[in-house]
Design a protein around this ligand. Structure first.
Ligand code: AMP
Ligand code: MG
Length: 354
């Protein structure tokens, strides 16, 4: 049986958090809200609980989990050494959506790290997540609380749809703030490397450390990562069941949005035999009026935060609408645009660059 508890994100019922912590302590699984997406939590030091996380998600065993802590003492329990640059980033960005790669402590089981000698750690900025870690008195390993390969959950109902009856408890605190996962930085390389763009723009992290961060092709969603760099990046990710075609501009400063929209329209015409959905923006939706297509709004291009926040819910909607094919527009890769493009490129089944 899965307990479902709805709570106020800012003032969660203490009783609910206590109950959830009891479940974690005895090796159970609890889905809980964070400021990025919902996580599926287990006591990181409990091998069997960690293995169950992989099992219920259908997650490949070499795709490591992010460990969530609520204090620097807890960080010391999971990392064997912490370089100076880590403290610089932690003091500026924690609690928040920044995950750091650090050498693993002996206590952390290899089941949680996909066999690696490093851990990915962050301190979430969500009252429910922080309270749950505190009450559980243990770091919590938590990947996103969705079926592996499917878009990450940004609402309690997404978690219920994917994991109801498979886990012990779901804490539903409504919409998550960012709606995309944390930014993952490997600070063990010099200069540091971006492993996954996320809710914090890379540019802000670069400003804080006064150095450029290496952005490999796979972090832009263009290539698969090798085993050693970021194991999880090799797998299908964020994909709705509906086939998704992504149309990108090669140069957003020179090409116009009307060129992008015109190519979307031409593609709609090619799929006359199917129900077509378009993930459109405020700036482009006018172009699509009168077309035989369902418009799924993503928000305005003036706020990449808004687009990122709505993205996973919109991808899930495509399946609910029974679309035969969906078309997504590209975004410029600056700020959160890099994060949005990473997710769209991984989610799509076909990519067209014009
Ligand atoms: P998820 O929690 O589903 O967003 O996935 C967490 C991601 O963190 C994985 O897909 C990995 O790419 C990354 N990750 C976790 N641990 C490590 C690590 N030790 N080294 C590199 N990447 C990691
Ligand atoms: Mg995930």
């Amino acid at each position: 049986m899965t307990i479902i508890a709805r709570v106020d994100p800012f003032r969660p019922d203490e009783e609910v958090v206590r109950k959830a912590a009891e479940i974690i302590k005895r090796g159970g699984l609890v889905a809980f809200p964070t400021e990025t997406v919902y996580g599926l939590g287990a006591d990181v030091f409990n091998r069997r609980a960690v293995l169950r996380v992989f099992e219920v998600k259908g997650r490949p065993p070499d795709n490591p989990l992010i460990i969530h802590v609520n204090s620097l003492e807890m960080l010391d329990e999971v990392a064997s050494s912490i370089p100076e640059v880590a403290y610089k980033l932690i003091s500026k960005f924690w609690p928040g959506p920044l995950t750091l790669i650090l050498p693993k402590s002996e206590k952390v089981p290899y089941e949680a790290t996909g066999g690696l000698d490093t851990v990915a750690v962050r301190m979430p900025a969500h009252p429910v997540a922080l309270k749950l870690i505190g009450e559980s008195q243990t770091p919590i390993a938590a990947p996103s609380a969705n079926i592996s390969g499917y878009p990450s959950p940004t609402k309690g109902e997404h978690v219920i749809r994917d994991l109801y009856s498979k886990i012990d408890m779901i804490i539903d605190a409504g919409d998550t703030l960012y709606g995309v996962e944390s930014t993952i930085i490997n600070i063990l390389t010099d200069p540091p490397t971006l492993l996954r763009p996320g809710a914090y723009p890379v540019e802000e992290i670069e400003k804080a450390i006064g150095k450029n961060i290496v952005i490999p092709e796979f972090a832009r969603g263009l290539k698969e990562a090798g085993q050693a760099l970021a194991p999880g990046m090799r797998y299908r990710h964020y994909s709705p069941a509906t086939p998704l075609v992504l149309i990108e501009l090669s140069d957003y400063s020179r090409q116009s949005l009307s060129e992008l929209a015109w190519n979307v329209i031409r593609l709609v015409d090619q799929y006359k035999d199917r129900k077509v959905c378009i993930l459109a923006t405020e700036e482009t939706k006018e172009y699509y009026t009168g077309l035989n297509a369902v418009i799924v709004p993503l928000g305005s291009r003036k706020s990449f935060y808004e687009i990122a926040h709505n993205l996973f819910d919109a991808l899930r909607k495509l399946d609910q609408l029974g679309c035969g094919i969906a078309i997504a527009e590209g975004f410029e890769e600056r700020g959160l645009g890099l994060t949005i493009m990473n997710r769209l490129r991984k989610a799509c089944s076909r990519r067209i660059v014009i």
